[in-house]
Design a protein around this ligand. Structure first.
Ligand code: SF4
Length: 434
């Protein structure tokens, strides 16, 4: 049988899409190949949210061109956010690519692979109907919505992933049950704007209803959700985190900028005070120990020093557990690229980015140091950097200081209690308690 490789760059949604496409390839009978350059069919699942991600994909296409020149039978597919409504320009720039597919457009890929490789007995209908990962990680992602309706001025995603649509609740519950049978213990419900789940469904079920339904699935031990928008995170959703024992005490709530003028230019739809009120509401309902993470862009067009310092002010006030920060990167086709000149120099963006990271790093170091000596339960996810690791309910990565005796295959998927013995700003080390 021919072999396949799905190469991925970008967000958790892309990783999940790749897992699902891999399930389809396996359903056709293709063999997994570790290296893209050795596979008969290679799919690049791309991201263009920032220039660096786009450059990574185009660099990979350059490498694969040599492979294609030497082996014209190899099939190269590009999927994901690099592919817009028209692929004419992409076809001209990258003639080595056989097929272009928009995000989650799995069917044409699988149909073309089956046709080109003469796979007549493959379960094509089954593949397309049920793209649930065959060999998922113990903590895995489940997309519950596709697309986004927010149209923040800097973001390309609504143009590439389309308008927001929700998957049906019973289908998601069935998928959770299937994932349990395949060894999954923790699921993260994914959406570009996960809190608006269900707004387009006839029965108007929302994220709280979905989490309640998945709470009842035997074998699922933990539920998380990503990514939230402050305007759609309702009191009902926050309360469900408190009420549902399997929902972890972790909220990712991007604020993007701490200044009202910048927020208006981003069309985020809230002010800094409204954002801070939402944080207060979360902490009132869930307590001060709730883990809060966020996303921030520095150097947005027109952002001056004072406006940037307003972002730092929010970071210092809220004291997030993690900040995913990025320097603004103009994305052709967005409102910002058309109407807001990219005024902040690269060196200034870099300086602001470094300053933000330094502030946040100090906060994380302090918070994590305060955890040394405490006990926490971690779900073991595998081995990394020579050690078993897992995460606790607060989404802290904990490496296990276990000597040499822990067998990765035996322990992955188990929840163990550890005492935290060491801390860095990014992770913890813990010793199993007997
Ligand atoms: S909410 Fe804004 S930043 Fe997030 S995916 Fe939608 S448009 Fe992009």
């Amino acid at each position: 049988m021919p072999s396949y490789n799905v190469w991925t760059v970008g967000c958790q949604m892309n990783m999940s899409d790749s897992e699902r496409l891999g399930a389809g390839m396996a359903g056709l009978g293709l063999d997994l190949c570790d290296k893209p350059e050795d596979a008969d069919v290679v799919v690049l699942n791309t991201c263009v949210v920032r220039q660096t991600a786009e450059d990574t994909a185009t660099g990979m296409l350059g490498k694969l061109k040599k492979v294609k020149d030497a082996n014209p039978d190899r099939m190269i597919v590009v999927m994901g956010c690099m592919v817009g409504p028209s692929d004419t320009d992409l076809r001209r720039r990258f003639p080595q690519v056989d097929l272009w597919a928009r995000p989650q457009d799995f069917n044409p890929i699988l149909e073309t692979v089956a046709f080109r490789h003469g796979i007549e007995n493959g379960d094509l209908d089954g593949c397309l109907a049920n793209l649930v990962p065959n060999d998922p990680k113990v903590a895995t992602f489940v997309p519950i919505t596709h697309g986004c309706d927010k149209f923040c001025t800097f973001c390309i995603i609504p143009y590439r992933r389309g308008r927001e649509t929700s998957r049906l609740l019973p289908e998601l519950v069935d998928e959770a049950k299937m994932l349990v049978q395949r060894g999954v213990k923790e699921i993260t419900l994914l959406g570009q704007n996960v809190d608006s789940y269900g707004h387009d469904l006839d029965d108007r079920k929302d994220l709280a209803d979905l989490m309640e339904a998945i709470q009842d699935v035997d074998g699922i031990e933990r539920i998380r959700f990503l990514t939230s928008h402050p305007n759609d995170m309702s009191t009902r959703i926050i309360q469900s985190i408190a009420d549902l024992p399997k929902v972890c005490e972790t909220v990712n709530l991007p604020f993007q900028a701490g200044d009202d003028v910048v927020l208006a230019n981003m069309r985020r739809g809230y002010t800094r005070d409204q954002y801070l009120e939402k944080i207060d509401e979360i902490r009132d309902i869930l307590g001060d120990d709730i883990t809060l993470t966020t996303d921030v862009i520095v150097g947005f067009p027109g952002e001056d020093e004072e406006q940037f310092e307003n972002t730092i002010d929010i970071v210092e006030r809220v004291r997030f557990d993690k900040v995913h920060s990025a320097a603004y990167s103009e994305r052709p086709g967005t409102v910002a690229s058309r109407r807001l000149p990219d005024t902040v120099t690269q060196s200034e963006k870099k300086r602001r980015h470094q300053r933000l990271d330094a502030v946040q790093c100090a906060i994380q170091a302090e918070k994590h140091a305060g955890l040394v000596g405490t006990s926490t339960d971690i779900l073991l996810e595998g081995r990394k950097r020579g050690r078993m690791f897992g995460r606790n309910r607060n989404d802290k990565i904990v490496y296990v200081d276990d000597g040499a005796h822990v067998d990765c295959n035996v322990r992955t998927g188990e929840t163990i209690t550890v005492e935290v013995t060491e801390a860095t700003p990014w992770s913890l080390v813990g010793q199993p308690t007997i």
